[in-house]
Write a protein that binds this ligand. Structure first.
Ligand code: GDP
Ligand code: CA
Length: 343
């Protein structure tokens, strides 16, 4: 079977470990979020792609969930001694080797998708990992200027900062007024992205951040349409359990786009796919975030919302959704497959 998944970093990578464990004979393609990518000290860093690659390839720091196991931070400390900004981004010594290879290859003219495939030759993640795009599509966050500056009308001046600055430096503690994916209008899906959705037997949305991981991938031109029109069922797993993210700050992101932090609200935000006969009429919504899931798993603690989700036209089941260990994650994957009517 051909399984295609859209993935952010930690939540996506953990779920994918379960996919590989539960479906050892299936071909898995992962479309990775690159909205978080950033230049740090002249190096191109792709946090979500690397989290997937290291997690599935056995190199991840289990404790931190990002970066390499047995990591040291000598280069970071040395840079701090020079007083060079930014000091808030965790660049480990081993990790830097990955970014050096990537940056050199980019400077030699290779697209990120080819470079990612080359890096994966070392890590052998067991999936085909494709960045959502080879082009620039960078998540920026609109915030009130942290310096307290005011605009001409005396209101807080709004500025755009890189997602990583908001997420890591400010720990998402300054309110996000909105998100802008800079460059996405001109971005094209990386080679293989659309085909992976169109030719899949099932498309899975892991419990990745609905705004800045899945939401970002959905904005790449063509991706949302491919999800709406694929013959494969599309099944998602809620990252929100009992009204809160399991880990991270997805609530701050959801609030910024006006979506409640509940499993039901995220399902409604993704929206039910139209039945194929109806969508063939050409009258479908083109609004991002609307209309591309057939099934949605919520945690057993959210079983009270199952009926409301089904009323949206989305198949729903309440099952344990905590990826506490590989067996628990495998069971989630099996539930997602079975919700789609897959063997
Ligand atoms: P990031 O890019 O590293 O932030 O990772 P993702 O976007 O892939 O995943 C982040 C999301 O994973 C967060 O919104 C969490 O709520 C969700 N998450 C993390 N662990 C779990 C878990 O055990 N179960 C569920 N259901 N969601 C989880
Ligand atoms: Ca991320």
């Amino acid at each position: 079977m051909r399984i295609t998944a859209l993935a952010g970093g930690i939540g996506g990578a953990r779920f994918l470990k379960g996919v590989l464990a539960a479906r050892p004979n299936d071909a898995v393609t992962v479309i990775g979020n690159t909205g978080d990518d950033i230049w740090i000290h002249g190096l191109r860093v792709c946090p979500d792609l690397d989290t997937v690659m290291y997690t599935l390839g056995g190199g991840i720091s289990i404790e931190r969930g990002w970066g390499r196991e047995g990591e040291t931070f000598t280069v970071k400390e040395e840079l701090a001694e020079y007083g060079v900004e930014p000091t808030w981004f965790g660049l480990g010594d081993k990790d830097i080797a990955t970014h050096l290879v990537r940056t050199q290859s980019m400077q030699a003219g290779f697209p990120l998708s080819d470079i990612t495939a080359a890096l994966c030759e070392r890590w052998k993640p067991g999936v085909r990992l494709i960045p959502m795009t080879d082009d620039r599509a960078e998540t920026n966050v609109i915030v009130d200027d942290p310096s307290g500056a005011l605009d001409d009308a005396g209101r807080p001046l709004q500025i755009a900062i890189h997602f990583q600055e908001w997420w890591i430096k400010y720990r998402a503690q300054i309110p996000a007024r909105g998100f802008v994916l800079v460059g996405v209008d001109q971005a094209r899906p990386a080679p293989g992205v659309i085909e992976a959705i169109e030719q899949a037997d099932i498309v899975l949305l892991p419990p990745s951040n609905p705004v800045v991981s899945i939401g970002t991938i959905l904005q790449v031109p063509g991706v949302a349409d491919a999800l709406r029109s694929t013959t494969a069922p599309v099944v998602g797993v809620s990252p929100i359990v009992g009204g809160a993210p399991v880990r991270g700050m997805a609530d701050a992101c959801l609030t910024a786009i006006g979506v409640e932090t509940t499993a039901l609200a995220v399902a409604a935000h993704y929206g039910a796919r139209l039945p194929r006969s109806a969508s063939a009429g050409g009258n479908e919504s083109t609004e991002i975030g609307g209309g591309f899931i057939d099934g949605w798993l919520v945690d057993e603690s959210d079983s009270a919302s199952v009926a409301a989700i089904e009323a949206l036209g989305i198949r729903c089941r309440a099952v344990p959704l905590l990826m506490s260990d590989l067996d628990a994650t495998k069971a989630m994957v099996s539930e997602a497959m079975s919700l789609a009517g897959m063997p």
